[in-house]
Design a protein around this ligand. Sequence first.
Ligand code: SF4
Length: 68
Amino acid sequence: MIDLQKKQQLLNNMRILTNYIIEFEPFTSCLDCANWNEKRERCTKFDMVPPPKIIVKKCEDFEPDIPF
Ligand code: SF4
């Protein structure tokens, strides 16, 4: 037999968790940037290999790479 009160409590907790996760900023790096050249492994905007800290966190000129 399903305990409806527990089921409702579980659904409420799932809703709270889902809303919490939705608010996370997606993790992006230079590898997700439209200016990143995978073959040359460098930024085409600045024509250089960014420092590791920038590659991991991206820079202010990050442009999302549209995957289609
Ligand atoms: S995030 Fe900045 S440094 Fe990294 S690839 Fe894009 S433009 Fe270049």
